[in-house]
Design a protein around this ligand. Sequence first.
Ligand code: CTP
Length: 404
Amino acid sequence: MLNGKHIILGISGGIAAYKSVALLRLLVKAGAEVQVIITPSGKEFITPVTLSALSGKPVISEFFTANTGSWNSHVDLGLWADAMIIAPATASTIAKMAHGIADNMLITTYLSAKAPVFVAPSMDLDMFAHHTTTNNIALLKSYGNFIIEPAEGELASHLIGKGRMEEPENIVAYLDTYFRSSQDLKGKRVLITAGPTYEKIDPVRFIGNYSSGKMGYSLAHECAARGAKVTLISGPVSLKVEDTDGIEVIKIESGREMLSECEARFGKMDIAIMCAAVADYYVADVADKKIKRESEEIPELKLAKNKDIAATLGQVKTDKQILIGFALETDNEEENALKKLKKKNLDFIVLNSLKDKNSGFGTDNNTITIINKDCSKIKYPNMPKPAVSKAIVDIIVNNYLCSE
Ligand code: CTP
């Protein structure tokens, strides 16, 4: 699985840096193209010459190459990589990653990386067990990074405990498994609705809601990254999808447009995730000219009900299709979410909690509970939306696709 992959190997200044040489060799042997970035203190432990000879590329350490003055672009590197591995990751590097202290090339590249990041900590047992380190590692996990747990054994201090960087063979196996499982939606077609709908009042006004589309777009990226063919039916949002993301985007404005795009495509889909905040009502008598304020009469809007898209798809869903909905509730959250799940014939529903301030419309985080058809529930802590997307897709893959 590593053949042809672009991998950044980040080496920070710890005694386990000697193992990075073996790791680099294994990665190259597996067919990966590896760019080494070493921190200034990493160079105290191993020389760039060894690493450059093994990787077949100049090793990057500084922002500028001293003899030519050319700039090493961490942004380009971040885009080039299919994965970034930081091994060894010292307590200091982990802390800098967790808090965005971008004072070396390794951290700036980490902050620019679009690819998954794997962190192999290496330090003395007490440093590893310290609250500061455990909190920093928890932060890195919450940002969606993968922690390759250190092993127990004899440490550089001769103390015995947890803190030894994982063996290079196991790090390579971890990556291999990741790339294998990361294609776990390969061949699946996924329909996702996202964002708000705008229901026209007159040529310049509409009824809408605060949905930013962040959750739906994040889900689209997660599904595409895991190999699915994604169609994203999006209401008006400011988010963009790059051509290279491999996501088909269909922009709509109203709930009725969203319904017709979904109905036209659902038959060919394996999975549909209804993430949009569809307006419940549309204006039945849209004014064809701007409604003017001069008139003494206060206009009354005649509303009509938008059809429930999720329920419409739920009625025609086959046993092979998986239909997922979201619920945003202010009271009797779980009871109401379960009612929606049954009414719309969903396989599971994702309940967004509005009780948590850092959650819901427009925020970068979400606090969710997944409720299955059999009423079983999984509650998650407040997490960034990409981590929420990963959790939702993991449930689809592990609990629903495997039972197909
Ligand atoms: N939904 C939909 N079409 C609609 C309304 C909602 O597909 N016309 C979907 C949403 O995308 C979400 C789920 O149904 O997956 C629940 O949406 P929500 O707004 O929480 O519930 P409603 O069914 O609209 O009920 P209410 O507004 O009364 O809570």
